[in-house]
Design a protein around this ligand. Structure first.
Ligand code: GLU
Length: 304
């Protein structure tokens, strides 16, 4: 067995200790036993192991894409006048921080409130144009023309997303969100429902590892400064309220999603995509975090 297959099989033991996300009913259908990884290096080598071809929805990992796009559309000063850059100790969908801390603006763009505020700043004449821009940009970052939305996950999120609605209406009341709330939530729920594989995540990660340039054709798609900002926010806020522990143990700018994905960036080296829908209590892939710990140690990837 090769090293990557060994890493996957050694960490399957953790899967039983977690649960698949269930607050979005459609996500309950995910395979709790899946665990896989895909690595794409900056010079185009690809390595994979385990259940790497599992499909899942990108969920919160889309927040790094919309953050890049919102800053490209509006500049960093405007975006960070409406969303903070500080980590939180509360859960990703928490309401409490919003009113109590940081002058009524969401703490950072990786929690739901901050991501909803971020997508509200993406330009477009209507919700369809805004979402199309997000989808086209995501396709470009993975070099995959076939990406599409899992409509059943979208419908499920839209039907049950009352907490996100509460966050969004609160932010509308304070002026953080200027657009129509339902238009903003349409784009947000759709962006979370884009279906991907670990390969897609690893390719998006290579673009950040390469400071905003597509490694496969040298096209610059994100300005260097913005790619750096996004990586920094990933390193400080990307793994929910476990971001500090993750930085200490693994040391890679990463973003997880409740679909079980983790995207990890090894700057100048490679992009890593993980799938493992069994989640720990904070919402991170329980097996995925262990896999990344092993990868980081074995290949000396910790950036700190
Ligand atoms: N669509 C999910 C939500 O809004 C994203 C959560 C996540 O992946 O952290 O609850």
């Amino acid at each position: 067995m090769n090293t990557l297959e060994e890493i996957i099989s050694e960490n399957r033991k953790y899967l039983d200790r977690g649960e698949v996300a269930s607050y979005i009913p459609e996500l309950k259908k995910a395979n709790k036993n899946a665990l896989g990884l895909y690595i794409t290096t900056l010079n185009g080598e690809e390595y994979f192991a385990g259940d790497y071809d599992t499909k899942f929805t990108i969920q919160s990992i889309s927040k790094i894409i919309t953050l890049a796009l919102a800053i490209m559309d509006n500049g960093k000063d405007y975006v960070f006048s409406k969303v903070g850059m500080e980590p939180t100790t509360e859960a990703f969908n928490s309401i409490i921080d919003l009113e109590l801390k940081n002058l009524n603006k969401p703490l950072n763009p990786m929690i739901n409130a901050g991501a909803i505020a971020t997508v509200s700043m993406i330009k477009g004449k209507d919700k369809n144009e805004v979402f199309n821009r997000i989808l086209e940009f995501t396709k470009k970052l993975c070099g995959n023309e076939n990406l599409k939305v899992d409509e059943s996950v979208y419908t499920s999120e839209n039907r049950t997303g009352n907490r996100n609605r509460a966050l969004a209406y609160f932010m509308k009341s304070t002026g953080i969100i200027e657009k129509d709330v339902e238009e903003v939530l349409y784009a947000y729920f759709k962006q979370c429902s884009i279906e991907v594989t670990c390969k897609d995540l690893s390719r998006i990660a290579t673009v950040f590892a390469n400071e905003g340039v597509l490694p496969w054709n040298e096209e610059r798609v994100i300005p260097k400064e913005i790619a750096r900002i996004v990586k920094t926010i990933m390193a400080t806020c990307g793994m929910y309220d476990a971001s500090g522990e993750f930085a200490v143990n693994i040391g890679l700018p990463s973003k997880s999603g409740v679909g079980g994905g983790i995207l990890a960036v090894a700057p100048g080296k490679m992009g890593i995509g993980i799938v493992g829908p069994s989640l720990d209590k904070k919402g991170n892939s329980i097996g995925g975090v262990e896999v990344l710990k092993d990868l980081s140690e074995k290949f000396d990837l910790n950036i700190f």
